[in-house]
Design a protein around this ligand. Structure first.
Ligand SMILES: *[C@@H]1O[C@H](CO)[C@@H](O)[C@H](O)[C@H]1NC(C)=O
Ligand SMILES: *[C@@H]1O[C@H](CO)[C@@H](O)[C@H](O)[C@H]1NC(C)=O
Ligand SMILES: *[C@@H]1O[C@H](CO)[C@@H](O)[C@H](O)[C@H]1NC(C)=O
Ligand SMILES: *[C@@H]1O[C@H](CO)[C@@H](O)[C@H](O)[C@H]1NC(C)=O
Ligand SMILES: *[C@@H]1O[C@H](CO)[C@@H](O)[C@H](O)[C@H]1NC(C)=O
Ligand SMILES: *[C@@H]1O[C@H](CO)[C@@H](O)[C@H](O)[C@H]1NC(C)=O
Ligand SMILES: *[C@@H]1O[C@H](CO)[C@@H](O)[C@H](O)[C@H]1NC(C)=O
Ligand SMILES: *[C@@H]1O[C@H](CO)[C@@H](O)[C@H](O)[C@H]1NC(C)=O
Length: 220
């Protein structure tokens, strides 16, 4: 009886500790290698900014990630500090400036690679220009709490995203109007350039059919 109870308990514990549906930021590169257990924490447990920042477009760019959960939501925070070490400076800068979200919250479906647009110039943050250092923090929720990964950037008006990084499975392309805080979205068209044609299919079919398709795919 006792043994059974403790077996049950350890089973439940295992379920609890492994229950997060994780995501991995792919581009821009996160502060450090993905640490599964730290993902519920600020910047996946990486407190300090790195010095080898990714040069990233000041204007239109995109972020790529891998989702381990079929239904999820994302928003992206931004800090303008050289070394943002806590959530508060992703909300208000040390100079007292209120910061907008870098990417408005959106929901998406589909496990695997996903891509979404970001346009930092369009946020009209005072002082953010060609050559500015900023940090973005991707906040992902697969249904069981928020998970975080950060990337430290140097913005460049002439930078383009490296040609070996592709926007596979575009799930959101929204631009924020800083004037009135509303966001406009263009619907995500299918722009898959790689072998993930199954992802848009999963998104469209959804539900049981999607789950069956996912199960079938996992057998391949
Ligand atoms: C941006 O960060 C890099 C690396 O940390 C640093 O060398 C550089 O001086 C910073 N640039 C600005 C404009 O603060
Ligand atoms: C920064 O340097 C680390 C350690 O050498 C490396 O693993 C990482 O890929 C580099 N990041 C970028 C964005 O270049
Ligand atoms: C948050 O981080 C900023 C910049 O790293 C620092 O100036 C500030 O004191 C920190 N605030 C708290 C509450 O730790
Ligand atoms: C900043 O914090 C305020 C108060 O909690 C909140 O209403 C607002 O949404 C936050 N903004 C960002 C960009 O997180
Ligand atoms: C988002 O939409 C804009 C305007 O239509 C377009 O120029 C840009 O390439 C799109 N971004 C991505 C990542 O597809
Ligand atoms: C793209 O190429 C760079 C070197 O040119 C490399 O460091 C990086 O890992 C590559 N990225 C991908 C997604 O293959
Ligand atoms: C907010 O700004 C957008 C883009 O400039 C505009 O289309 C929209 O009508 C504005 N909404 C309000 C409520 O002013
Ligand atoms: C995902 O969302 C769809 C509809 O939004 C729902 O039918 C489906 O049950 C959800 N799947 C999971 C695993 O939560």
């Amino acid at each position: 009886m006792l043994v059974r109870k403790s077996l049950l308990l350890s089973g439940l514990l295992a379920l609890v500790t492994s229950s997060y549906a994780h995501f991995q930021l792919q581009f821009p590169e996160p502060r450090g290698p993905f640490v599964e257990d730290d993902e519920p924490n600020f910047c996946d447990g990486y407190t300090n900014a790195v010095d080898n920042r990714t040069t990233f477009p000041l204007g239109q760019g995109f972020i790529t990630m891998n989702s381990e959960h079929p239904n999820w939501s994302v928003q992206v925070l931004i800090s303008v500090e050289q070394n943002p070490t806590n959530f508060s400076v992703f909300n208000t800068s040390t100079s007292g400036q209120t910061l907008p979200l870098a990417v408005q919250p959106f929901q998406a479906s589909g496990e695997g690679l996903a891509c979404f647009a970001i346009d930092i110039q369009n946020l009209d943050i005072q002082g953010v220009q060609d050559g500015s250092n900023v940090t973005i923090q991707v906040e992902y929720n697969g249904g069981d709490g928020n998970l975080f990964q950060c990337a430290d950037l140097t913005l460049s008006s002439s930078a383009t995203i490296p040609s070996n990084v592709s926007c596979t499975n575009l799930v959101s392309n929204s631009t924020t109007s800083s004037a009135n805080g509303t966001s406009t979205s263009t619907s995500a068209s299918s722009t898959s350039t790689e072998s993930s044609a199954a992802l848009p299919l999963l998104r469209k079919t959804g539900g049981l059919l999607g789950l069956l398709a996912a199960a079938a795919l996992s057998l391949l």
